[in-house]
Write a protein that binds this ligand. Structure first.
Ligand SMILES: Cc1cc2nc3c(=O)[nH]c(=O)nc-3n(C[C@H](O)[C@H](O)[C@H](O)COP(=O)(O)OP(=O)(O)OC[C@H]3O[C@@H](n4cnc5c(N)ncnc54)[C@H](O)[C@@H]3O)c2cc1C
Length: 280
């Protein structure tokens, strides 16, 4: 007999199924889980697919903040008007995630659940200062994304909990939303380094506020308060970016693995910083 696949139609139905099949593999789009299972040759005792749970599909304008359900696919994120208006940074990252079939299948919740250092939605969500809403049969809690992502493949999710969605302040008035990633080729590649940025420019032309988040450089997203502090009050020009790029040398210590050396990743991080000016 083949492995059973359950398709709960609501959160309560999910907990019923999960209660009787606690070791089932949980997936939404399956673009990470099913690929990983195939690679390891492991067959779980059952599968639970989240795609029919309407509670995961919500997009809610909450006044000062926006809530986006974990079940939105990357393709849905790209066409959702509230996201385009209030979090224009996120679609910039999602537009270069995988390929059209991956964007139509993979979800925001799956990208968070996988917690890959190369997860493209993570640096934008750090810049947006997102809270991850998590739900279980016994209630709901929310965590700062920095406390949710614990390391490669590790999150703060407890057994029986699902990611309901993310909530963050609206950031449509930050003049510059920027995302760029570098991989070993143009598309369908894991990034070796990525940079998400939100920059607010004061009327006089100087940097009033800035948030920078690098992906793929460490086990989790890297942000540097020292670099933020140095940028404040400076004009956004190549001289300022050069001085910030110099600080990367000191403040950012990337990982070294078979895909790229520390030196190469640091150089990428610096170059991504210099290219910020291209969005200004
Ligand atoms: C060819 C290819 C190219 C890719 N390119 C990229 C890329 O460029 N950038 C990138 O970031 N990623 C990329 N990916 C990875 C993947 O597509 C994304 O991470 C995607 O967002 C995963 O979403 P999913 O719904 O398919 O996740 P799934 O595989 O369904 O799930 C992933 C993990 O999240 C958990 N999960 C899913 N939803 C929930 C939820 N609501 N609550 C709790 N846990 C949940 C699952 O249990 C699992 O542990 C690529 C994958 C492939 C196969």
């Amino acid at each position: 007999m083949g492995t059973e696949v359950f398709l709960p139609q609501s959160l309560p139905e999910f907990w019923d199924v999960h209660g009787s099949h606690p070791d089932a593999a949980i997936y939404h789009g399956g673009t990470d889980v099913l690929v990983r299972l195939k690679e390891t040759g492991r067959t779980p005792p059952a599968y639970i697919c989240l795609e029919r749970i309407p509670e995961l599909q919500a997009v809610q304008d909450c006044g000062e903040t926006l809530f986006v359900g974990a079940g939105l696919t990357h393709a849905q994120i790209l066409i959702e008007p509230n996201i385009a208006t209030h979090w224009p940074l996120l679609p910039r990252a999602v537009a270069v995630l995988g390929s059209p079939p991956i964007r139509h299948t993979g979800t925001l919740g799956g990208n968070l659940g996988t917690a890959s250092p190369a997860g493209d939605t993570l640096p934008p969500l750090y810049c947006l200062q997102a809270e991850v809403h998590v739900v279980s049969a016994s209630g709901r809690r929310s965590l700062d994304i920095r406390d949710f992502i614990l390391g490669p493949g590790h999150t703060a999710l407890q057994p029986g909990e699902l990611i309901l969605g993310v909530q963050a302040p609206k950031a449509g008035d930050w003049g510059i939303p920027h995302f760029e990633k570098v991989g070993s080729r143009q598309a369908m590649t894991c990034s070796l380094a990525s940079l998400a940025a939100l920059i607010k420019i004061a009327p006089g032309g100087c940097i009033q506020d800035i948030r920078l988040a690098w992906g793929s450089l460490g086990p989790t997203v890297i942000c540097s308060k020292a670099i933020h502090r140095k940028a404040l009050g400076k004009p956004l020009n190549i001289q300022t970016l050069n001085s910030l790029a110099d600080l990367i040398q000191e403040k950012i210590s990337p990982i070294d693995d078979q895909r790229a050396s520390i030196h190469y990743r640091r150089q990428l991080a610096q170059n991504l910083m210099l290219r910020l000016v291209s969005d200004y």
